[in-house]
Design a binder for this molecule. Structure first.
Ligand code: PM9
Length: 471
């Protein structure tokens, strides 16, 4: 018998959520063009679209917000925020941004020139879009196992050093402004990178004089996995592990909306003064003064407090265990998911879930829509639509992983909510042959997954009717 672990917090304030009928949900998803991003949140029962900015803040964070200094320049909130980033992440300098992509924009503009190549451990949508906007090309150097949803590697986010060496040999170190290493790797299923891999990647890049940049968005979850899985780290606090991880990098981009337990914010942190100088010059153009970067003083105070709450060992253990609690129920029922279960989300493998739906008929998008209709649970496609088109050829990129992400917001839902989600996914899996594909009827030019619209394929309308008739 295993001793259960409950939430390491009590509920002080609640937000009611609305239950809807199946008929209401059928209408809502049709109005949303079968894109879960376009649903109204009031029509959603359990919102697993994202863990970004959807966190529940603590009483201490709300109290810190009241202490926000809203001065246009030199606000004391900034200095508290700066001190927390320096203390916990260990970088010398920090520039706040409105969210993660604001930081990605700055670093891409500062370091990338047309023709540059930016190797990374799997793409992320906004990161790659900013690299390409500056004329750079992303090259994937993650280990092969990351593209296989069944591979059991404990650190599927690792950089493949042979692939990285081959890119350096092919394009030359002078054409690589930096290597971008994400910890954890979102689109691989929230998979971590090992400390040893960070160390080895650093050593290789140092030899070639190439910077190593971190996407630290979910670095605390990565630190927790290192504590659990890597020899020599079991007894160490997550805070110490995070600090060591960051010590291998020259700087990081950060979406504070994830790890830092807030609803908005981000930052660019670095050790190099000249990059700081360029970031300060650009931030006034695109975000705001270097001491607020698009954030209110109170937002920076909430981040400063959140940074200390995120490294609480009990908090982070519970967070990752809740994700696992959902994932394990699905595994036990034979539902195909990305394994091992990641840090922020459970990813359904839509290729194996719906083998009868061709990738060009958007199986993950269709599955996300069916899940919403079944139970009001909102999830997100992370497959061919998210991957977009190759800017050179205009062809659809066809990722090996065609996934639906069930993303768990931090400190928001109970394990009972997870049971409701698991029930609905299992129900759909038992009736999977009745789910069919979609046709894209509106496609925006960039980051299409946010606003694209779809219709059920005419040939499959009958099957969909049957699915919609399921109780
Ligand atoms: N991630 C997510 O839901 C929110 C937007 S979906 C495109 O997973 C990484 C690893 C992220 C990320 C956002 C960003 C951008 C950078 N890196 O959303 O701009 O997961 O704060 O951060 C989302 P912002």
């Amino acid at each position: 018998m295993t001793r259960p672990v409950a939430e390491p917090y009590k509920i002080k304030s609640i937000e009611p959520i609305r239950m809807t009928t199946r008929a209401e949900r059928e209408r809502a998803i049709a109005d949303a063009g079968y894109n879960t991003f376009l649903l109204k949140s009031e029509d959603v029962y359990i919102d697993l679209l994202t863990d970004s900015g959807t966190n529940a803040m603590s009483d201490r964070q709300w109290a810190a917000m009241m202490m926000g200094d809203e001065a246009y320049a030199g606000a004391s909130s900034f200095y508290r925020f700066e001190a927390a980033v320096r203390d916990v992440y260990g970088f010398k300098h920090v520039v706040p941004t409105h969210q993660g992509r604001g930081a990605e924009h700055l670093i891409s503009r500062i370091l990338i020139k047309p023709g540059h190549v930016i190797p990374g451990n799997m793409y992320f949508t906004t990161t790659r879009a900013h690299q390409e906007m500056q004329g750079g090309t992303f090259v994937d150097v993650i280990i092969d196992e990351a593209h296989d949803s069944t591979a059991q590697h404990p650190f599927k986010g690792n950089v493949d050093l042979d692939k990285l060496r081959a890119v350096i040999d092919r394009v030359g170190a002078e054409n690589i402004p930096y290597v971008n290493v994400a910890v954890t790797v979102n689109l691989a299923g929230g998979q971590p990178v090992s400390m040893q891999n960070l160390r080895e990647t650093r050593a290789l890049l140092q030899k070639h004089g190439i910077r190593m940049w971190c996407d630290a968005t979910r670095a605390v979850e990565n630190a927790f996995f290192i504590k659990e899985r890597e020899a020599g780290y079991a007894g160490k606090p997550v805070r110490e592990i995070l600090h060591e991880m960051m010590s291998y990098f020259d700087g990081c981009t950060m979406s504070a909306k994830k790890d830092c337990l807030v609803n908005i914010g981000g930052f660019l942190a670095m050790n190099d003064e000249s990059i700081l100088q360029s970031a300060r010059e650009l931030v006034v153009l695109f975000e705001g003064m270097p001491t607020y970067g698009g954030l209110a003083g109170r937002d920076m105070d909430a981040i400063a407090q959140g940074i200390y709450e995120m490294i609480d060992d009990d908090y982070i253990a519970h967070r990752v265990h809740q994700v696992r609690y959902l994932g394990q129920q699905l595994l036990d029922a034979g539902v195909p998911i990305v394994e091992p279960i990641g840090g922020h989300a459970v990813f359904l493998d839509a290729r194996r879930f719906l083998p009868h739906v061709d990738q060009e008929q958007f199986p993950a998008q269709a599955l996300a829509a069916a899940l919403y209709v079944d139970s009001g649970v909102r999830s997100m496609e992370r497959g061919i639509i998210s991957s977009g088109r190759d800017p050179q050829t205009g062809e659809n990129r066809k990722p090996k992983l065609e996934l639906v992400r069930l993303t768990i917001p931090r400190r928001v839902y109970s394990d009972r909510h997870m049971d409701v989600v698991a029930y609905s996914v299992k129900h759909l899996f038992e009736n999977r042959d009745r789910i069919s594909g979609l046709k894209m009827v509106y496609e925006p030019p960039t980051l299409r997954f946010f606003t694209a619209r779809f219709e059920p394929l005419p040939a499959s309308a009958k099957k969909q009717e049957k699915e919609l008739a399921l109780v």
